[in-house]
Write a protein that binds this ligand. Structure first.
Ligand code: MN
Length: 193
């Protein structure tokens, strides 16, 4: 299987000013494209040549894990935002957030703390177990909760490449702004899938 760069469901300037056009063009067009190219080169001629992304992430290590993980992570990342995003989740996802974290506001506080407190590069994830129970998972580098048997619902990328052009060292400000573009319908669909 040849992996391809996912197409964005919005224009490259549509998430500004939360994420600028320049950041989208580098992050999606350069960083993610490089992970996709590396992944294709690394799986060629191996047992993973026709494997799906989650299988590769669960069963590989080293450079292959890093590149497959980052393709999976960014495919989830770039499809979870919308220029019409923001607000709060409703329905079963909202109930699960309340059950796990007390309130949506407290969830946001705990999620921001996880993202801001992550040392170096990595991801903060909202993930669900097989019973639908939610938790916040901090993953270094290319990590994804699928390796823990959990379903990733929402991921904030705290690698500097995701925010440095727009926010420089102000990771906390970037994380706070991201709530304005989260497409909760997409997150809810992942939760109920
Ligand atoms: Mn990234």
């Amino acid at each position: 299987m040849k992996y391809e760069l996912i197409k964005l469901g919005y224009e490259s300037n549509a998430l500004a000013p939360v994420i600028s056009q320049q950041t989208i063009e580098f992050h999606h067009g350069k960083h993610l494209q490089t992970y996709v190219n590396n992944l294709n080169n690394l799986i060629a001629g191996t047992k993973f040549e026709n494997a799906d992304l989650e299988t590769i992430v669960k069963e590989s290590d080293g450079g292959l894990f890093n590149n497959a993980g980052q393709v999976l992570n960014h495919n989830l990342f770039f499809t979870q935002f919308s220029p019409k995003g923001g607000g709060k989740p409703v329905g079963a996802l909202a109930a699960a957030i309340d059950a796990a974290f007390g309130s949506f506001e407290n969830f946001q506080k705990e999620f921001e703390a996880a993202a801001v407190g992550l040392f170096g590069s990595g991801w903060a994830w909202l993930a669900a177990d097989a019973g639908g129970k939610l938790s916040i998972v901090k993953e270094p580098n290319a990590g994804n909760p699928v390796t823990k048997g959990l379903k990733p619902l929402l991921g904030f990328d705290v690698w500097e490449h995701s925010y440095y052009l727009d926010y420089q060292n102000r990771r906390a400000d970037h994380v706070k702004e991201l709530w304005k573009i989260v497409d909760w319908q997409t997150i809810a669909a992942r939760y109920s899938a």
